[in-house]
Design a protein around this ligand. Sequence first.
Ligand SMILES: [Zn+2]
Length: 337
Amino acid sequence: MRKARVTLLAMAALLCATPAAAVTPDRLFQPVGVWPAVGAALLRAWDALPAPPATWRAALLPAAAVGEPGRGRLVYGIPLTPSEGIYIRNPGEVWTTTEVIAALREAARLVRVRHPGGFDLVVGDIAMRGGGGFRPHKTHQTGLDADLRYYQTGIEPGDYSYHFVTEANFDTPRVWALLQALIEIDAADRIFMDVRHQRRLFQYATGELGLSRDDLYPILSYPHGGSRKDALVRHVRGHHNHLHVRFRAPLAHAVGALFTIDEAVTAQRELDLEELGRFDHVVRRGDTLGAIASLHAVDLGELRRWNHLGKRSILRPGKVIVVRRGSGGADDETMIP
Ligand SMILES: [Zn+2]
């Protein structure tokens, strides 16, 4: 967050150089040479301030998408919560940002308005609290990727169980309405959908809706090769039974640019320790317990104890290592008379 502080100082410096400052009487200005010293003093004073609790920062800063969908984090994310028109399949795995939540709710509402019948938008995985990798996904790491169920015919509105998608039960008008809604609210950066479903949408749009091939060119990569990258909807294997939307979230990206991945981990860890009393480190390939201890600035022995691990325990990728607030070590105890 030092970057943020430097940005603030730069903005203050810029303000001093505005026309408003230029018309102030000359005697208010110090010789130019004094300003770098004032700047440095301000920066030192700022750094000396006690850090505000992480919960304050989380309340003040919007959720931040840090890094790439396939290697990133979500800082100060919020969970999608149940609302009219949305069904959440895995409540623990829908951490995201306000922009994504607003877009999902509005898209679900528009589909229900245009095609009454009470069908909810069924939301699968988005991201874990704090983002990062989780199985079986390669992306979904920054809170901006969401898996959605295709609308299906032949089932009751309240039926959220799993149904294999077939040609016969693919609800083309509603899936088209969802796509149209996402386009209208300019919410999607890209959408992954099996080319066979793209063909169904293409035939529906050119047939019943009377759209032209040119109209559809920027929307569907079908028929010009199912995975054309300049179309919004692309074919990526594994998207026959659910579609995947990567949301545009300018605010989350802007705040995310203030953090490196390591700073993101630290910021979320401080919040989790305050709010939950624990932080879950998900083991990645190449992690060692020693490296995890030093990354989170805790004692290796304590880390072993919290996780009931012996010296020979093997860390497998995907395993959760619990990090708690350290006891501060023996130094504190020796201070007690
Ligand atoms: Zn996905």
